[in-house]
Design a protein around this ligand. Structure first.
Ligand SMILES: [Zn+2]
Length: 300
């Protein structure tokens, strides 16, 4: 709702619908993606915002980049919920002429709160990696790494089985389902190899090769695969059965898949609570890469 209405006034829409407070929305977010499931190094939850302020509108995005902060301010959002944290490491200044300080200053001035749901949303059932297994038609059998102290099945990455296909066909499913990016979908390995067992990790997953090999996945889908981890994984693969083949997808595109299901979950919960709260998914592209020059496809 409009900025002027939410500060200290309980907005009643006659039908009993009411704008929740930021504290209430924060509690709901923690219920859906518990902060306790986040990795120890992560920084999740409320970054900025007045817990007593009313939240009539929420904007969901992957990255709290300048463009997204501008979108939140311009569209009159009361809360920006992003997958990636706005502040991950310690800061001693939020001066407006620094990157993060400038973003925070704009949010605070406009009365927009910020919440990050990062590795807690990765780990949670129905989270970021599950958005990928859903698209790939994979029946999930478990996480690649179970989160300590969390219920069974909650953890980083997913693995499971699907109807037989090929590496190339799986890559094509991803290319069709994900927003187009200049880096596209890349394969390392044999595109025509048969695939039944699939491992996925939304975000940068090149630290999980041991777990991927342990579940004997035919293919591993993740993002930000660097040269050395990827070449070493393929060399290791060649010494055994040639597995896993690798599919590398855009970090932003992979995680943007989750926003739709996160928005649906929030809408459902808000409506059950009788909250008047608009949930909108960002239209801004925050993929790091903006242009690609060269061959479309290279075999070898
Ligand atoms: Zn990420």
């Amino acid at each position: 709702m409009s900025r002027a209405t939410h500060d200290h006034v309980v907005v009643d829409y006659g039908g009993g619908m009411v704008e929740p407070t930021l504290a209430q929305v924060r509690a709901l977010v923690d219920e859906l993606w518990p902060e306790a499931y986040a990795e120890p190094w992560d920084s999740v939850g409320l970054t900025t915002g007045d817990p007593t302020a009313r939240v009539g509108s929420v904007l969901l995005a992957v990255d709290p980049m300048d463009d997204v902060v501008a979108e939140a301010v311009e569209t009159g959002a009361d809360l920006l919920l992003t997958h990636h944290p706005l502040l991950l490491r310690g800061v001693t200044s939020i001066a407006a002429d620094t990157l993060k300080g400038g973003q925070l200053t704009r949010l605070v001035r406009a009365g927009v709160g910020h919440i990050a749901a990062h590795t807690n949303a990765d780990s949670q059932l129905g989270g970021v990696s599950d958005a990928l297994t859903d698209v790939l038609g994979v029946a999930v059998r478990g996480p690649l790494v179970q989160t300590a102290g969390a219920p069974d099945g909650v953890g980083i990455g997913r693995w499971g089985d699907r109807a037989p296909t090929t590496v190339r066909a799986l890559a094509q499913i991803l290319a069709d389902a994900l927003p187009a990016t200049v880096t596209g979908v890349r394969i390392a390995g044999d595109p025509d190899a048969e695939v039944r067992r699939v491992a996925v990790c939304g975000g940068a997953g090149d630290g999980l090769f041991d777990a991927v090999r342990a579940v004997e996945a035919d293919v591993y889908v993740t993002s930000d695969l660097r040269h050395h981890p990827a070449t070493e994984a393929r060399d290791t693969a060649h010494r055994s059965a040639g597995l896993p083949h690798l599919i590398d997808i855009s970090h932003w595109a992979a995680e943007s898949l989750w926003l739709g299901s996160a928005a649906d979950q929030l809408r459902r919960e808000a409506s059950e609570r009788g909250w008047e709260m608009r949930i909108v998914v960002s239209t801004r592209r925050t993929d790091a890469w903006t242009l690609r020059i060269g061959q479309e496809e290279q075999h070898g």
